[in-house]
Design a binder for this molecule. Structure first.
Ligand SMILES: Cc1cc2nc3c(=O)[nH]c(=O)nc-3n(C[C@H](O)[C@H](O)[C@H](O)COP(=O)(O)OP(=O)(O)OC[C@H]3O[C@@H](n4cnc5c(N)ncnc54)[C@H](O)[C@@H]3O)c2cc1C
Length: 203
């Protein structure tokens, strides 16, 4: 049977309305008949990357990554992670075929020979993010970002720059946070990456 496409333009606020039920029946009935392919974001992005049909804004971002020796991610900590908008950037820019492939991941990830650094601020104080602190060791929440994203894509990861609780700091302490970041950046190219491998990270 030849595959045919059906577009259902559906407009009703309430899924439990009769319109909603009619639409559901149409979707179920027609899907069964024609077995439409399922959308798979990862595969679609990979294909688009391979055939050069990613959208122009993503190609532009990828070009910037390609040209960089060091990528600094600067963000406030949201829910033990990066803000959703930055995570969205990762989902869209660091796609398979550009940042990683199989088996080209971790030490052989496609962005190897580049450095990455997470620079972020927190709401909680440093003592909260210690082993005995209520939030636990900060390295636990860094693991998905540093290992699961950066290292997975091949980046060598530099030690994170963390400004704990700037909102509760004095003006003097905040100025010091800025000064020490500036100082660190002067010699950033001399720094050695941290060990992000499974067997070394939590040691
Ligand atoms: C959705 C959400 C989730 C969150 N989840 C977490 C979480 O899981 N864990 C956690 O710890 N925190 C969490 N937070 C808190 C968040 O991480 C902090 O609010 C954030 O990191 C503070 O950084 P900021 O840049 O926004 O601070 P700001 O409030 O912008 O800055 C702090 C102070 O610094 C001052 N300042 C700015 N520039 C200078 C300068 N040049 N010199 C001197 N002072 C300056 C500002 O005027 C301000 O008074 C969350 C917040 C939100 C909204």
């Amino acid at each position: 049977m030849t595959e045919r496409k059906v577009l259902i333009v559906y407009a009703h606020q309430e899924p439990k309305s009769l319109n909603g039920s009619l639409k559901t029946i149409a979707v179920e009935e027609l899907s069964e008949l024609y077995h439409p392919e399922q959308f798979n974001y990862g595969v679609e992005a990979w294909e688009a990357c391979k055939n050069g049909s990613l959208s122009e804004d993503l190609i532009k971002e990828q070009r910037k990554v390609k040209e960089a020796d060091l990528v600094i991610f600067q963000f406030p900590l949201y829910w033990f992670s990066m803000p959703a908008i930055m995570k969205g950037w990762m989902d869209r820019v660091l796609v398979q075929g550009f940042a990683h492939d199989f088996p080209q991941c971790y030490d052989s990830g496609l962005l190897k020979n580049k450095l990455a650094l997470l620079s972020f601020t927190t709401g909680g104080g440093k003592e909260m993010y210690s082993d005995e602190g209520v939030s636990g060791d900060i390295r636990y929440l860094l693991w998905p970002m540093q290992h699961g994203i950066m290292h997975f894509c091949g980046f060598s990861v530099l030690a994170p720059q963390i400004c704990f609780a700037p909102e509760y700091a004095t003006e003097e302490e905040r100025v010091q946070m800025l000064v020490s970041w500036g100082e660190r950046l002067k010699t950033i190219w001399e720094e050695k990456p941290i060990n992000c491998a499974v067997d070394g990270y939590f040691k």
